[in-house]
Write a protein that binds this ligand. Structure first.
Ligand code: 5RP
Length: 260
């Protein structure tokens, strides 16, 4: 049960539980991808069942779609939903402006489309993802397979003129083979160390032929819920300019283990 979880998972679960409090009957929701987002999908399924809510969910990956369907959530494509009320997703890094690095799980393209098609995007995270300056986490960039080596060379050359510490771009692998995204593309992970100007870098990356999208999310995230292993959560709302500390009672979360 909850108390058997590793501290990091308890922190992720605490953030996820607080975030699903934002869900209301009739909402159209974007569901993120990754281990933190998976906790959120479980908490959401529990809430929907217990409160008899009618919500439609747009997942950001095949993985999340599978989990949501297994837990009896109503899954619809974004084309059908049109516009979403709220997207809840994880992140690899976030800074004080709630600029994000995402794509560690390889789902950044759908994640960015879904988040920007939402009235509100809320990130759920443990405290380890908060940084002063983005860039310690390698920045994922999705490129089409055709000529990906040329795209990589152009990216590395362009990075030489940017305010970053490193310029190396590595093809993400899945064992001995290149990793493929749900869209059939590859990911280049950029070892930048530090990103001095995320906005400028994001614009420059998306100008490189072959680049589909990059993992910098700027002016997209509205709030972050930071979970701690002891159940403490910090709710930082950039729009309202507020920060509140609350406590999640883990005992109430034990139900989510019954359906997985
Ligand atoms: C997937 C993502 C994830 O949100 C990010 O990698 C965080 O994952 P986790 O919650 O497992 O740490 O961007 O593309």
């Amino acid at each position: 049960m909850v108390h058997d979880l590793a501290p990091l998972d308890r922190a992720k679960l605490a953030a996820a539980r607080r975030a699903v409090d934002l869900v209301e009957d009739g909402m159209k929701l974007g569901l993120g991808t990754g281990s933190t987002a998976a906790w959120m999908v479980r908490c959401l399924a529990e809430k929907v069942r217990e409160e008899g809510l009618r919500v439609s969910c747009v997942p950001t990956s095949l993985r999340t779609a599978t989990l949501a369907r297994e837990l009896d959530l109503k899954v619809v494509p974004l084309e059908e939903a049109g516009w979403l009320d709220l997207t809840i997703d994880g992140a690899d890094e976030f800074d004080a402006d709630l600029a994000l690095i995402k794509g560690g799980g390889g789902a950044l393209l759908q994640e960015k489309i879904v988040a920007t098609a939402s009235d509100r995007m809320v990130v759920i995270s443990d405290a380890t993802k908060e940084v002063k300056t983005l860039g310690a986490f390698p920045l994922p960039v999705e490129v089409i397979p055709f000529g990906w080596q040329a795209s990589r060379m152009l990216i590395e050359e362009m990075l030489g003129a940017m305010d970053v510490m490193g310029t190396q771009a590595s093809l993400r692998m899945n064992g001995a083979r290149p990793f493929f995204t749900d869209e059939g593309n590859h990911i280049l992970d950029l070892a930048l160390g530090r990103i001095g100007n995320p906005r400028q870098l994001s614009l420059a990356l998306n100008q490189v032929p072959g680049v589909v999208e990059n993992g910098l999310f700027i002016d997209i995230c509205d709030a972050v819920v930071i979970g701690h292993a002891d159940g403490r959560v910090i709710f930082r709302d950039a729009i309202a300019g507020t920060e509140e500390e609350e406590h999640i009672l883990f005992e109430e979360a034990d139900n989510i283990f019954r359906e997985i």
